[in-house]
Design a binder for this molecule. Structure first.
Ligand SMILES: Cc1cc2nc3c(=O)[nH]c(=O)nc-3n(C[C@H](O)[C@H](O)[C@H](O)COP(=O)(O)OP(=O)(O)OC[C@H]3O[C@@H](n4cnc5c(N)ncnc54)[C@H](O)[C@@H]3O)c2cc1C
Length: 610
């Protein structure tokens, strides 16, 4: 058994920042991560970090752009905190040695990004995330914060009161990838989930194979609701063959999108007459797919992104990494030809429901970064707004878990008297199929009731590994995973309708049932990626189902969520967050109103045009 005051699960941007803050607040802090910190997916971030740093810009403008970009589904207290704290937190990175790109006069450069009214995206070439991770990891090492890397966290240890709002998180159970041992980690003050996105629920994604929604699934099954899961961002410029991202920085620097007729379609067909290529991502992704549907796509699949006119010097100075990606993954030389691009799953706006201090409804359980929903992105995230979220809310979660007083949050969490129940009759029964020990905090797996939550959780997870390893035939996780990914890409993509989402829910149900027969082929105890991916696949099933459920019940068009049956934003009925909570294996859906009232103004919903 290991013991620390604050345990941070995940060592990406959010996890590293949370750990530094918890340590600075005096807590004995440790990070537990399935990857070495600098291999975390944050390292793939290319474009930059939004922060109002320059004269002429200010946090109010950043907050306004973010509320508008969210299609008025973000909570103003969180958005204002993001915009207010981002400048100082970004400059702290600079003081820690982050090598930001600079102007001739030495000032940190900022470039335009989609949906921003001011060029406020700071960057380090086209490798911003890589430098962010290295800068913060240095600080972790400098402070002597303990890192347990290549430890896969399987589940949370929470108490099992009937009402999740009364539960307490006592620690985590993790699998040592090197030895195959399952061990308990006690957290005296708090557990912070910083496990990143669930992109692997889709088969064409910009996300790494490690983005399997583990934190989402663990928190959900422990009783913390998942919020606004239907809002998935599809990035307009991913490479068609692999999903690898071509940064929005290319369009920020002046890159142009063309259809197969050589037309600059964003203007030519009026998709975004003011902002063109730099309209919000959801707008550009839909425009590209419309072009393909109209027969103006290249090879009936994608469009072209051209940066040749920027000139070799500027490309090499600011976008060199893009040249390598296009060359390595598509065999295209971006200096002499346009690059093929199409929309790909990129980001989850929703996540584990938390307040401004990163706290879930379960005492001692926090979440930060892409796995959390605070919510600053609402229906659509603006490019460059995820990285500041990591540093601002990672910092807050770490400080709060370690005991700092950050004031009373305005955002409420968990089921309560301010929520509205959903009464949709679901076409397919969601939820657990058979009893897997991962299903429920109450599934004691025969463990003596008098032991503590952590001891029980450790025994449950050891029994789970044994069960998976003992079986010598059945279905392999890869088969189930690819069926799930295809279902989500076919039916819960950019364009959605009830019939398709119902098909997806049925296929997810089939995946759940097939999972009852899953087995692990690799018998080894060390570096058994087969076992780890089998557990991840179970998490993906739970998370994909919440995405499809949210997409089904939200019958309106808002931000990234387009519904064929109702192609308008319906503010009268839908200015509310969708919450899905797991009640001992049975998902239930409820809603909580969006908070549009900021410190000094209310963000009245307006038509979102670019
Ligand atoms: C290609 C790409 C480019 C992007 N570019 C930008 C950009 O320019 N600007 C911007 O603002 N946003 C960008 N984003 C979004 C942003 O990078 C991500 O949202 C953000 O980096 C996620 O950080 P995170 O700390 O939440 O998670 P991650 O960086 O994904 O880290 C997750 C951590 O959790 C650990 N983990 C996960 N599950 C477990 C488990 N079960 N047990 C133990 N450890 C676990 C992993 O090991 C990892 O350390 C981009 C996203 C992509 C995909």
């Amino acid at each position: 058994m290991y013991e620390h005051d604050v345990l941070v699960v995940g060592a990406g941007g959010a996890g590293l920042r949370a750990a530094i803050a918890a340590h600075e607040a005096g807590a004995d802090t440790a990070i537990v991560s399935k990857l070495h910190p600098v291999r975390s997916h944050t390292g793939a971030a290319e474009g930059g970090i939004n922060a109002a740093l320059q004269e002429g810009d200010d946090w109010e403008l950043h907050a306004y752009d973010t509320m508008k970009g969210s299609d008025y589904l973000a909570d103003a207290p969180a958005v204002e905190t993001l915009a207010q704290d981002a400048p100082e937190d970004t400059m702290r990175l600079e003081h820690w040695g982050m090598p930001f790109s600079r102007e001739e006069d030495g000032r940190v450069s900022q470039r335009p990004f989609g949906g921003l009214s001011y060029p406020r995206t700071t960057y380090a070439g086209a490798e911003t995330g890589h430098h962010l991770l290295h800068t913060m990891y240095e600080q972790v090492v400098k402070r002597g914060i303990q890192v347990y890397d290549e430890w896969y966290v399987m589940n949370l240890a929470t108490t099992d009161e009937a009402d999740p709002n009364d539960r307490q998180c006592e620690g985590i159970v993790a699998y040592d990838v090197q030895s195959g041992n399952v061990e308990g980690f006690k957290a005296n003050q708090g557990v912070i989930l910083a496990t990143g996105g669930p992109g692997q629920a889709f088969d064409h994604t910009t996300n790494a194979v490690s983005c399997t929604g583990d934190g989402h699934a663990m928190a959900y099954r422990a009783g913390a609701p998942l919020e606004d899961m239907e809002f998935i961002q599809f990035h307009p410029t991913s490479l068609p063959s692999t999903g690898v991202l071509i940064s929005e920085g290319v369009r920020g620097e002046g890159g142009i999108l063309y259809n197969n007729e050589g037309e600059r379609f964003m203007f030519e067909y009026g998709y975004a007459n003011n902002s063109g290529e730099l309209a919000s991502r959801d707008v550009v992704a839909r425009a590209e797919l419309d072009e393909v549907a109209e027969g103006r796509g290249v090879e009936d699949e994608y469009v072209h992104l051209d940066m040749r006119h920027l000139g070799e010097d500027r490309i090499l100075d600011r976008l060199e990494n893009i040249l390598h990606l296009a060359e390595d993954f598509e065999g295209v030389d971006g200096l002499v030809e346009p690059m093929p691009v199409k929309p790909g799953q990129h980001y989850a706006m929703g996540g584990i429901e938390v307040d401004e201090n990163g706290q879930t409804c379960i005492d001692g359980l926090y979440a930060a970064g892409e796995c959390a929903c605070v919510s600053v992105h609402g229906g659509n995230r603006l490019g460059g707004n995820a990285l500041p979220e990591l540093i601002v809310f990672g910092k807050r979660a770490g400080a709060h878990a370690a005991g700092d007083d950050l004031g009373e949050p305005e955002i409420r969490t968990g089921y309560g008297d301010d929520v509205e129940d959903d009464d949709t009759e679901l076409p397919v029964a969601p939820g657990a199929s058979g009893l897997d020990s991962a299903d429920s905090v109450a599934a004691d797996g025969g463990v003596a009731a008098e032991t503590g939550a952590l001891e029980q959780a450790v025994e449950r997870e050891r029994a789970r590994v044994e069960r998976l390893m003992d079986k010598d035939s059945g279905v392999q996780h890869a088969e189930i995973r690819s069926k799930l990914q295809k279902a989500m890409t076919d039916y819960v993509n950019v364009f959605r309708n009830e019939e398709g989402i119902t098909k997806a829910l049925k296929l997810i149900r089939e995946c759940r049932e097939e999972y009852q027969d899953v087995y692990v082929d690799d018998p080894s105890k060390t570096f058994n990626t087969d076992l780890q991916q089998t557990i991840e696949t179970r998490n993906l099933i739970d998370v994909a189902e919440t995405i499809a459920l949210g997409a089904l019940v939200r019958n309106e068009f808002r931000g990234a969520h387009w519904r064929q049956e109702n192609q308008v934003r319906d503010d009268e009925n839908w200015l509310k967050h969708t919450l899905v909570s797991w009640d001992d294996g049975e998902p239930s859906i409820f809603y909580r109103p969006v908070i549009l009232e900021g410190e000094e103004k209310t963000y009245e919903p307006k038509v979102r045009s670019y």
